[in-house]
Design a protein around this ligand. Sequence first.
Ligand code: BG6
Length: 484
Amino acid sequence: MVSRVIPVDNFDLVIFGGTGDLARRKILPGLFRRFLAGQMPADSRVIGAARSDLDDDGYRALIKDAIAEFGGPEKEDAEKLSAFLAQLAYVQIDAMGEGGWGALAKLMRKDVVRAFYFSVGPSLFGALAERLHKHKIADRNSRIVVEKPFGRDLASAQALNETLASHFKETQIYRIDHYLGKETVQNLMAVRFGNVLFEPLWNNHYVDHIEITVAETVGVGGRGAYYDKSGAMRDMVQNHLMQLLCLIAMEPPSRYGPDEVRDEKLKVIRALDPIDAHHIVRGQYDAKGEEPSYREDVDNAKSFTESFIALKCGISNWRWAGVPFYLRTGKKMKSRVSSIDVVFKDLGHTIFEGDHSRHRNILSIRLQPNEGMDLQVTIKEPGPGGMRLIDVPLDMTFADALGDDAEDSADAYERLIMDVIRGNQTLFMRGDEVEAAWAWTDPLIEGWEARNDVPKTYEQGSAGPEDAMALMHRDGRKWREIKG
Ligand code: BG6
């Protein structure tokens, strides 16, 4: 199979924070991959804008190093790399002052797509938006891209939305949640709405419960200052896990269009029930041998912030009433696994005498690693000895089925940046979605803060605190194993 690369229009992409971590790790290496794939038109430019005193060549050298460090195997192609670097430029800019804005204005071209990536802290969003207008750098078709954290609660998210709305229309604002750029996350919609098989069963008549797990092996070392003010709820659940939950639970949109999809996601968030305190388990990883504890990693011996969270929630609508959704995510866990498991109900009646085991169909969608799906089905155990039943997975690992095309799949960031240039907002969060997610999250956080809730410790390399197991055991259920 040959991948089809759909070219985009010529663009000028300005990256504020162009020398920062995200630009070096993700944005520029991703753009280089799109360049290699033939998707970046030769007349397009990427303009780094930051405080550092650099010229174009200095910036190109910095990005060359970044691609050497963070790029994939393709970074070896020296000739192509030089051609890509030639499309980069740099402007030294003072986000809060006036320095550099005139120079940036002069660089901008007419008749190309103008996009501005705010790869900076949210406190600078207002200043940047204002100056882009004052210096007539942004026009009515320009797009801005903003990153999470998009606020830390409802009030701050509303304030950010208002700031951006005073300079840009909602159709110009692209709020990135990089989970929406992941191949398999988009596949969730393809699987649900592109097949006749699943949708008739996708409701409380047939589904017993749904699990969403995003387990990471990394700790918070290096990002301690940010993370300790945030915790797993704000860092992962309010955005990434919430988006997964929406895609799993939403009603079919009338078409695959930006507002149609986002309207349906919003309805899911608004239908989420409040959660009882005893349906939330928060954890912090402990020290293990030479490996520091969470508290040591964030340099805060009294921290009550969670590096793990598990919770049980429900959605009050016709489709899902009565079906529990169990979500968990954490750092320093057993292995890096993101998966969604749709566990179907038991058969009402078995015709097979003597078979007392519980056989269940489970659809497991693996987001990473080894993207794919498997469907657990019950079959006869081979061989003589009567009708004994066993459960086996019908496995579809996308890399096996799609060969090189699966390997070729673009990283989340590069895919999303190309969508910005195309003007397609389907995979970006709308302002009302973000606010609804905070409106659900805020009371939960306020609840445990008011209770002075102390997170349970858990062993590094485990599946989280014991209490997280109990959360499901109490309901007569068990988490799917996090395979190491
Ligand atoms: C980020 C979080 O948004 O997502 C990080 O801030 C987390 O804490 C990361 O590690 C996980 O992303 P991925 O793509 O590695 O699953």
